[in-house]
Design a protein around this ligand. Structure first.
Ligand code: PLP
Length: 475
C-alpha cells in the first residue's frame, strides 16, 4: 500500500515513511491510494476473528491491509501489546452499553486518560518505539495542550525508548484533575512545561520552535497531532468492533454518531464505510462551534476567527477549523487533487471559506457517503445528561451528551444507532454537577491523584527559554 497527498504529491510512500510525519510536503494530508474492500465473506471472517480472538486480533487484520512495511509477526505483537484489558479496563476494549432497543453507547474512553484519544495514541506509542528502534534514531515530541491530547500523548509515550515528550500547557489554567493526570507522571522522558500565558501562547511557542528549521533538524522535533494517518487508522478498528457487537448478521446496517471537532474520529468512520462496513449514516455532532454542521447542512465551509470560536462545556470539540476535513473533501471531489488544492490552499487562504452548495457532488455527501449532522448547546448538554441519567441510570460526559442529543434526531426505523462515547464524566465534573446536582463517580485508580508529587517546570512565554530547556535535556 502506498500513500499520496490530498494536494497531488504522488511520490510513493509507505506507512512507516509517513508514520513520523505531519503534513505532506505540499501541505496536504496523507491518504492510502485506495481503500481495501471488505466483501461479505471477509466481513464474516473478521466477525469470527473478533469473537474468537478479540480486539487486538481484529486490529491486526485491519492494520495489515494498510501496513506492508512491518513484518506481520511484529505488527501482531504491537497490536497485542497495545490493546490489553489491563490498559483499557475490559477484555472487550470497546464494550457497548444498550440504553434502549437499538440505541447504544460504544465506550472508547476506558484507557489511561479516560478519553478516546488513548485508542489511537497508545498504538502510536508502540509504533514509534518500534520504528525509531529500527532506524536507530530519536524523536523529541513538542506539543501544546489545554487538556486531552497532551495527556494522551504523555501516557502513550511514557517510558518508550527513543522518544521524549515536551508538553506545554497554560500555567494554572487546566482543571485540577487534568493537571494531576499530567504532572504526576515521573517518567524521565516526559517533560511538563507550564507556560506563564494562555493556550495560544503555548501554540505560538510550538510554531516558533518548529519554524526554526536548523533547531528542528538538530533536535529531531516532531509532533503527534490529529492529522497523523496512523492515529486515524487505529480508529477505524473500533467501527468494526462496534458493528460486530450491535449485529448478528453481516447484511445488517448500523449508524454511528460521532461527537466531532477536528473530524479525525468520524473520518475513520468514513474510511470504514468506504471499505464496505455496512454503515447507513455517519452522524456528525458538533457543539456551539458548528463549522462542520454548517457545511453538511449548507455546503459552505467557513473557518472561524478566534473571536467566533466559543469556549464551551464540551471543550475538546472547540475548533475554529476541522484539520482532518480535507481528507473527506478529497474523496467527495472524486480524489481530484487540483480541485482539493484550489479549495484548501487558495479559497481558504484568501477568503476563509468555500462553497460547494452549487456543486452536484455536495449532494452526495449524504446520499453516497452517509453524512448528516446536527448541533448541540450547553442547555442541550445539561438536559441530555439529566435525561440519560434519569431514564437509564447512566452518567455520560458532556461530549457524549452532544452525540446522544444529535443521534436522537437521526434515528431510522430498523437501523441500530451507536453513539461513540468519547470521554468519561469525571473529566468534566463541574458540568456534570451542574446537570445532576452531584459530582460524577471517580474511577478508583484516580483516588488521591491530586496529592501525588508533581513533575513540572514553569517557564515564561518565551520560545528561547523552551529551546534552551530542550537543548539542555538532549545534549
Ligand atoms: C478530541 C475529542 C473529540 C473530537 O474528536 P475529533 O477527532 O477531533 O473530531 C471529541 N470528544 C473528546 C472527549 C475528545 O477528546
Amino acid at each position: 500500500m502506498n500513500y499520496l497527498s490530498t494536494r497531488g504529491d504522488a511520490t510513493p510512500r509507505k506507512f512507516c515513511d509517513i508514520l513520523l510525519e505531519g503534513l505532506a510536503p505540499d501541505g496536504g494530508l496523507y491518504l492510502p491510494e485506495h481503500y481495501p474492500r471488505i466483501d461479505a465473506a471477509r466481513l464474516a471472517a473478521l466477525r469470527r476473528i473478533h469473537r474468537e480472538q478479540g480486539y487486538a486480533a481484529l486490529a491486526f487484520e485491519i492494520l495489515s491491509l494498510y501496513i506492508d512495511d512491518i513484518p506481520a509477526a511484529d505488527l501482531r505483537a504491537i497490536c497485542e501489546r497495545t490493546y490489553t484489558a489491563e490498559v483499557f479496563g475490559t477484555p472487550e476494549i470497546v464494550p457497548l452499553t444498550q440504553l434502549q432497543e437499538g440505541f447504544y453507547l460504544e465506550a472508547l474512553s476506558n484507557g489511561p486518560t479516560l478519553a478516546f484519544k488513548d485508542m489511537a495514541m497508545q498504538l502510536l506509542g508502540q509504533l514509534f518505539e518500534y520504528e525509531l528502534g529500527r532506524r536507530g534514531t530519536q524523536l523529541n515530541i513538542l506539543g501544546a495542550t489545554s487538556g486531552d491530547t497532551g495527556s494522551a500523548a504523555e501516557y502513550a509515550m511514557r517510558g518508550k525508548r527513543g522518544v521524549r515528550v515536551f508538553m506545554l500547557s497554560p500555567h494554572g489554567r487546566m482543571s485540577t484533575f487534568q493537571q494531576a493526570q499530567m504532572f504526576s507522571l515521573q517518567d524521565e522522558n516526559i517533560h511538563n512545561i507550564a507556560i506563564e500565558g494562555v493556550f495560544d501562547d503555548c501554540q505560538d511557542i510550538v510554531k516558533a520552535v518548529s519554524n526554526d528549521l536548523a533547531f528542528k533538524r538538530r533536535y529531531q522535533i516532531g509532533t503527534v497531532n490529529s492529522i497523523n494517518w496512523a492515529r486515524l487508522l487505529a480508529q477505524v478498528v473500533y467501527y468494526f468492533a462496534g458493528y460486530f457487537q450491535a449485529t448478528t448478521a453481516d447484511d445488517e446496517r448500523v449508524s454511528f454518531t460521532v461527537p466531532s471537532g477536528n473530524f479525525g474520529n468520524v473520518c475513520a468512520g468514513h474510511v470504514a464505510r468506504m471499505m464496505g462496513l455496512p454503515i447507513a449514516q455517519l452522524v456528525v455532532a458538533t457543539n456551539e462551534n458548528d463549522v462542520l454542521d454548517e457545511f453538511f447542512r449548507t455546503g459552505v465551509y467557513r473557518v472561524r476567527g478566534s473571536a467566533d470560536t466559543h469556549e464551551t462545556s464540551s471543550p475538546s470539540m472547540d475548533i475554529s477549523k476541522a484539520s482532518n476535513f480535507e481528507r473527506f473533501v478529497f474523496d467527495l471531489l472524486g480524489r481530484d487533487a487540483a480541485a482539493c488544492r484550489a479549495l484548501f490552499d487558495d479559497a481558504l487562504r484568501t477568503q476563509g471559506r468555500f462553497d460547494l452548495s452549487g456543486d452536484a457532488r455536495f449532494a452526495q455527501a449524504a446520499a453516497r457517503y452517509g453524512f448528516v449532522s446536527g448541533t448541540s448547546t450547553h442547555a442541550d448538554r445539561l438536559a441530555t445528561i439529566r435525561d440519560v441519567h434519569a431514564r437509564h441510570g447512566v452518567t455520560i460526559d458532556t461530549h457524549t451528551a452532544d452525540g446522544v442529543k444529535v443521534a436522537r434526531e437521526h434515528l431510522q426505523p430498523g437501523v441500530p444507532m451507536i453513539v461513540l462515547e468519547t470521554a468519561l464524566p469525571i473529566k468534566f465534573a463541574a458540568t456534570i454537577e451542574e446537570a445532576l446536582g452531584h459530582p460524577p463517580e471517580r474511577p478508583v485508580k484516580f483516588d488521591g491523584i491530586e496529592a501525588l508529587p508533581r513533575r513540572v517546570r514553569v517557564l515564561p512565554a518565551d520560545a528561547a527559554r523552551v529551546k534552551a530547556l530542550i537543548a539542555e535535556e538532549c545534549d
